[in-house]
Ligand binder design. Sequence first.
Ligand SMILES: Cc1cc2nc3c(=O)[nH]c(=O)nc-3n(C[C@H](O)[C@H](O)[C@H](O)COP(=O)(O)O)c2cc1C
Length: 377
Amino acid sequence: MSNRGVTFSGIRFENPFLLSSAPPTESENNILRAFDAGWGGVVTKTIGLHPVVNVVGAKAKFMRTGADDAYVSMKKRPGAALHSSWNWELISDKAIDWWIPRMQRIKAAHPTKVLIASIMAGSGNDKELRNWQLLAQAVQENGADGIECNFSCPHMDRKDMGSNIGKDEGLCSVVTEAVKEVATIPVWTKLTPATRDIVVEAAACFRGGADAIVSSNTFPSLPIIDPETLEFEINVDGLVSSGGLGGPAILPMALANMAKMTQAFPEKAFSGIGGVSDFAQALSYFLLGAGTVQVCTAAMLDAAIGPHVIQRLNAGLDAFLERNADKGWTSVEDFRGIRRDRVVLQSQIRRPSESEYEGGYEHVEGYATPEQAETVS
Ligand SMILES: Cc1cc2nc3c(=O)[nH]c(=O)nc-3n(C[C@H](O)[C@H](O)[C@H](O)COP(=O)(O)O)c2cc1C
């Protein structure tokens, strides 16, 4: 019998798959549709105290690449495959007062589904820390099962907000502690990958009392410049600013961060994000020790909330458990983290024996064969 359920940071999920904080969770209607489609949980689009105004024109676009030319571009071309998403969207343009009645209605309609509220404020002074607390109290009193603190938005000018918190271990622990002081529900912190060693910030969040770490938000990036027009593929009046890369392109980088953190804190709870569109990618996160997985880009491209994506994730998990039933695996917990310890120092990786060694030349794609190398030298 299928057993998709997990308990993560003390919260029971019917399956370990969530929509991450992003356009798929920006409205009541989207979230209701997502729950009807089968998602175990959602993290709301990040909520602040005040409304924000986005740039003119597109807030997010998708980059695709061709099989023959590896040209990465936002231009749609026949046969091109998805490479990534690029966005410079701010947090929800609806503030907390707009969200409160909607969260109440969502929770009433789906009491068994998990509603996590993503929140964000500044961190420069006590008043800002109090704002985090006000937001935390407002969401927990109005239907949220958990709080996700956004320490990771990559396009904030303010030095005390978004990923600028996630890059500063002091701020990570101070803000987490402030939220924990008032929280009666689990508190997750979502970290930025744009940091030298994400383990440092994860440790700071745990010191502040975080119940789980969420990784990753998008990677800082620019759209490419069109070779014909010499303009960025997304721009306003010719100008662009740093945005965030998501989707398939970031999966290996996000996994590397996940492995670092789960090795450093094997007993803690981690939610994996980045490049998940099917069970195969979710499995990598689980095998490295994550307990839940979140999705944005793939869901945006699938009727805005990912009805087929969640079907594939659930079916993939069921099939995986069935295939491995002989190992006694009946739930994610049985295989979670079993590849965590396979990530080791370079010096611990076996070298070839002397007879196998071909002067550093290999019969693999991208390298000269030993024979070619000899002809040249
Ligand atoms: C258009 C867009 C808007 C986003 N807005 C938020 C946000 O408000 N808060 C947040 O924590 N992450 C936000 N994200 C990041 C996603 O939740 C997710 O961490 C990231 O896209 C990586 O996952 P993916 O590879 O599945 O897209 C946004 C991403 C996109 C593409």
